[in-house]
Design a protein around this ligand. Structure first.
Ligand code: 8YV
Length: 329
């Protein structure tokens, strides 16, 4: 007869987090670590107080309607919550929390790694040496890439992660431009010199690199559309560590194939039916660099995300507002 909160955790979490959860809660972890169907989630939630969800769980309005009455909190292990119909959950009287901030710096690091990888031919250099065993030795004109310093970076979405990217990019000598709904007042919110654009179309014509740092919402779906890509500078490229839905991927592939864009460095891409073969072909041709949704994948970030989930659950179960509660809208 324990009064410990009963939680369902849909994916495996770092060992230390699972261990701590097991001492604090009555914890049921999806040991198989494969994505659960809606029915499996519902079955697993029988008698539970809390659902600890991840990006791979589809928590739509229908699932929310069918949730056992005992469930009162959805504690997302992650920053983005586009897998959850948050409005439906809030309307149903549930509380929803996420884990922002702790993954900001690591995600920004990955954006920089991808931003450098294309012009400095990082993956190509490794492939030539290791896969192709085809190195003819050093020459003054071999493997020439392009300098990042002095180029213009256009950041779409200047929140926590966008700001962290801007700070890094500034140190690399890039000129920072950004588009967001509101101009950030210089100072704490915008701690560096950056050019604000209230018109994304206009910014796209003024930058050499476009990096996406906005959440996926109804408003940002395909924010980088075919029409917008046509406005981008000849030879410019795209970096995406945010969400695949922000980019019209078919149009991106076409724009790289026809040479309008020089390439793309993507940590996220449409993987619902496997990776688009044309995107893979562009990666083979070293015009595209692909990583496997790894931008926040450091052990440190995952542990801090787990700790944040635990704090959210404990405060909620103690009857207080959890620190990372999502609001409607
Ligand atoms: C994780 C992410 O891979 O937090 C996010 O929005 O995309 C990544 O941190 C994922 O969310 C874990 O659920």
């Amino acid at each position: 007869t324990s009064h410990k909160p009963k939680i369902l955790v849909t994916r495996r979490l770092p060992e230390s987090i699972e261990a701590r959860m097991a001492t604090l809660f009555e914890t049921d972890v999806n040991e198989a670590d494969v994505t659960l169907s809606g029915d499996d989630i519902l079955a697993g939630l029988d008698g539970k107080d809390v659902l600890v969800s991840s990006i791979t769980d589809r928590i739509d309005a229908d699932l929310i309607r069918r949730l056992p009455k005992s469930v009162r909190l959805i504690a997302q292990f992650g920053n983005g919550v586009d897998n959850i119909d948050v409005d439906a959950a809030l309307a149903a009287g549930l509380t929803v929390t996420n884990t922002p901030s702790v993954l900001t710096e690591d995600t920004a690091d990955m954006a920089m790694a991808l931003m450098l990888a294309l012009p400095r031919r990082l993956v190509e250099g490794t492939q030539m040496l290791v896969r192709d065993r085809a190195w003819a030795g050093w020459s003054p004109t071999s493997m020439l890439g392009h300098r990042l310093r002095g180029k213009a970076l256009g950041i779409v979405g200047m929140g926590r992660i966008g700001t962290a990217v801007a700070q890094r990019a500034k140190a690399f000598g890039l000129n920072i431009h950004y588009y967001s709904r509101n101009r950030r007042p210089p100072g704490v919110e915008m701690p560096l010199e950056a050019t604000y654009w209230d018109d994304l179309d206009a910014m796209l014509g003024a930058v050499d690199i476009v990096s996406l740092h906005t959440p996926h919402t109804r408003e940002t779906f395909h924010i980088l559309s075919a029409e917008r890509m046509a406005l981008m500078r000849q030879g410019s490229f795209v970096v995406n560590v945010s969400r695949p839905e922000l980019v019209d991927e078919a149009a991106l592939v076409a724009a790289i194939e026809d040479g309008h864009l020089s390439g793309a460095a993507l940590d996220v891409f449409d993987n619902r039916n496997g990776i688009n073969p044309r995107l893979l072909a562009l990666a083979e041709a070293n015009k595209v660099v692909l990583t496997a949704h790894m931008a926040s994948a450091t052990l440190e970030a995952r542990i801090e995300m787990g700790e944040t989930v635990i704090v959210n659950i404990r405060t909620f179960m103690d009857g207080h507002q959890p620190p990372h509660r999502l609001l409607p809208g």
